[in-house]
Design a protein. Structure first.
Length: 658
């Protein structure tokens, strides 16, 4: 289990190092190698990063800076910033002590190189962490049971480092001759401590005996290290406030890394998990608060290198016209494209009808209705994003305003990017599922076509064997027609919906007679169920495709045949013209004297429900019937009483004659 040490650490990161990292993280594309270099100079940061993600086998061979950089990038900008802000400022920080720590580390590193020690970065860490004390067991434990703080060697073990490094850190007073039988890292660290001593010249003989190096070599090494440390220990100075800010007694917000990091974190939280419409709505109220009279146009490069609006653009708006420009990221004349490529703020100002180098920029300024515009880079995760802020004069936006705008609009851009990535992932998954479903249906169609072909061949043979049996021929024609319909249904299931639907026209009496001929004996006669059909031959056509009505009636016929016992009856009748909801219709009524629908089914008969029939029944037949009829403007009513049968009434709109 990882030791929970950094929540109660007495020692905090170096203030100047934490401030420098926060400033580096404020850039649109942080310089991670530089961030890693700062972390490598700090005992707390370096140890914390290696505890958070222990070293893999031989990973330190890539170099300490590379190792720390991988962990910093994995943590990410926002989490790293939050962690540093949460640690706060280190009270009473001693720059001299920090320089002494770095001096020990660099001496150990260079001694390891000179003595050809195989893993010099281990020597560097031993020098950096030497004298580093874990928290006292009773620090911050007033309300929790007392427990022992982990030793420094234990923390080193959790980093995935060898025990020899922990030995070098925990070793107490040792006689010089004892180092002869010790691990080679121990005398290197002991010599580094002597070279880092303020009176190092007097201790050169000891360091020489410990390392076997000549005193002249050690003296030169110490001088080189002193030069290196004097350069590395100096962090970039805080920028001075502008004259205007100084006169007002204030400094730019961006100059306070703790305050700016907190603001960036809050802005990120304000836009997280919003869809584009919500982002636009939030910007509409946030922009005036930040001094922007309207939402700037946010442009992002698509996969083809075209800068396009990130927010929905109304027809005729400036954003829509910019989209029609199809401004390329590699455009050498446009200030917008230059900002996206170089991640530096650029500006464009109109001078009457003179377009300058870029006609596109001149047009954009006119569409914005102002004299010019400022381009702010908002690059997120390596993807180019630019905010166009209109300007009504040639004056430049001051650095504080630019930083505020970039912070607000950058948070919005990151949210829009995240929403687009999520939508792309959903589309990709839907396409994958559609393709898998399509392939699955194609296999089913292929496998089902084989028995259908066999059945049709057998029917054809029956017709050849009995050429004079006219009734049989008529039945064979009907059966082949139904087999063809089944084949077409299977094939249409694996294809996308067709734009041209089947003609919505059906002769109901003829269709009912055909269905009785095909299914009357199979579904009812062979089971001892009476099937009666009452349909006048002269009825006007119904406004529904014949295939759709066949599917509806076949579902209802099958349900009845499975519900009725031998000796029971199903009566199907077609009634003359009636009016339903002010529209001329005809009615098909199906009435049986069976057991009726279960009470729980009658509560909502047309919704998909678990079937009580068992086997392969899925309980979706009535739902399918209802959906098909609704698609064609038909109405379905159901009445049922337990023990007294069930009736269905289908009201089909009549075909409208032109």
């Amino acid at each position: 289990m990882l030791p929970a040490v950094f929540c109660t650490l007495e020692r905090q990161p170096r203030t100047d190092g934490a401030v420098t990292i926060l400033r580096l993280l404020a850039a649109s594309s942080p310089n991670w190698p530089e961030v890693a270099l700062v972390a490598a100079r700090d005992p707390v940061l370096s140890l914390a990063l290696l505890i958070a993600q222990p070293l893999a086998d031989n990973e330190l061979g890539d170099g300490l800076n590379s190792v720390l950089r991988r962990r910093l990038e994995r943590i990410g900008i926002d989490l790293l910033r939050a962690w540093l802000v949460g640690l706060g400022h280190a009270a009473g920080h001693d720059p001299a002590a920090s320089e002494q720590t770095l001096l020990r580390a660099e001496c150990a590193l260079h001694l390891a190189i000179e003595t050809r020690y195989a893993r010099p970065d281990e020597a560097y860490l031993a020098g950096l962490w030497h004298g580093f004390a874990p928290p006292s067991p009773d620090v911050g434990k007033a309300t929790t049971p007392a427990r022992h703080a982990p030793s420094l060697a234990t923390l080193v073990d959790h980093c995935g480092l060898p025990g020899s490094l922990g030995d070098a850190l925990e070793l107490g007073t040792v006689l010089e001759e004892q180092f002869a039988s010790a691990h080679p890292l121990l005398p290197i660290v002991a010599a580094a401590l002597r070279l880092a001593d303020p009176q190092w010249q007097e201790r050169l003989p000891e360091a020489a005996r410990l390392t076997g190096l000549h005193e002249g070599v050690l003296s030169s090494l110490r001088t080189d290290v002193d030069y290196i440390v004097s350069g590395h220990a100096a962090y970039p100075p805080r920028s001075a406030p502008t004259a205007e800010a100084a006169a007002a007694g204030t400094a730019a917000l961006a100059d306070d890394p703790y305050r700016s990091a907190g603001m960036l974190g809050l802005l990120t939280a304000a836009f997280v998990d919003l869809d584009p419409a919500q982002v636009e709505d939030r910007l509409a109220i946030a922009c005036p608060l930040f001094g922007l009279h309207r939402i700037p146009t946010l442009l992002a490069a698509d996969e083809d290198g075209i800068l396009r609006p990130m927010l929905p653009a109304a027809a005729g708006s400036a954003a829509a016209l910019i989209d029609e420009l199809r401004l390329r990221l590699d455009d050498e004349t446009s200030a917008v494209a230059l900002c996206a490529r170089n991640e530096h703020t650029t500006r464009f100002v109109r001078h009457g009808s003179r377009s300058g180098r870029s006609l596109a920029d001149w047009q954009i300024a006119r569409w914005l209705g102002l004299e010019g515009f400022c381009c702010l880079p908002l690059t997120t995760n390596g993807q180019a994003v630019v905010a166009l802020i209109g300007m009504d004069h040639e004056g430049e936006l001051d650095s504080d305003l630019c930083w505020r705008y970039a912070a607000l609009l950058g948070a919005a851009a990151r949210s829009l990017r995240a929403a687009q990535r999520a939508q792309n992932e959903i589309s990709r998954r839907e396409a994958t599922l559609h393709q898998r479903f399509h392939d699955h249906l194609r296999k089913i169609v292929h496998e089902a076509s084989n028995p259908l072909t066999v059945i049709k061949s057998r029917l054809e043979m029956l017709g050849i064997q009995r050429p004079d049996d006219t009734p049989l021929k008529d039945e064979l024609v009907q059966l082949n027609t139904e087999l063809d319909r089944i084949d077409n249904l299977l094939r249409s299931a694996s294809a996308l919906p067709q734009e041209a639907p089947e003609t919505p026209r059906c002769q109901v009496p003829a269709l009912l007679l055909d269905m009785r001929s095909i299914y009357g004996d199979t579904l009812f006669g062979q089971r001892g169920i009476q099937f009666e059909l009452r349909a006048p031959r002269q009825l006007p056509p119904a406004a529904i495709p014949a295939s759709a009505l066949k599917q509806v009636l076949l579902n209802l016929f099958r349900n009845a045949s499975e519900a009725l016992q031998p000796g029971r009856r199903l009566v199907v009748s077609a009634l003359s013209q009636i009016t339903v909801d002010g529209r001329a219709s005809l009615e098909i009524r199906l009435v049986d004297n069976g057991p009726g629908l279960p009470p729980e089914r009658m509560a909502d008969p047309f919704s998909p429900q678990r079937s009580q029939k068992g086997g392969k029944h899925q309980g979706i037949g009535l739902s399918i019937v209802h959906d098909i009829l609704s698609r064609w403007g038909a109405t379905l009513l159901c009445r049922s009483q337990p023990g007294n049968g069930t009736s269905f009434q289908i009201f089909l709109p009549l075909e409208q004659l032109a």
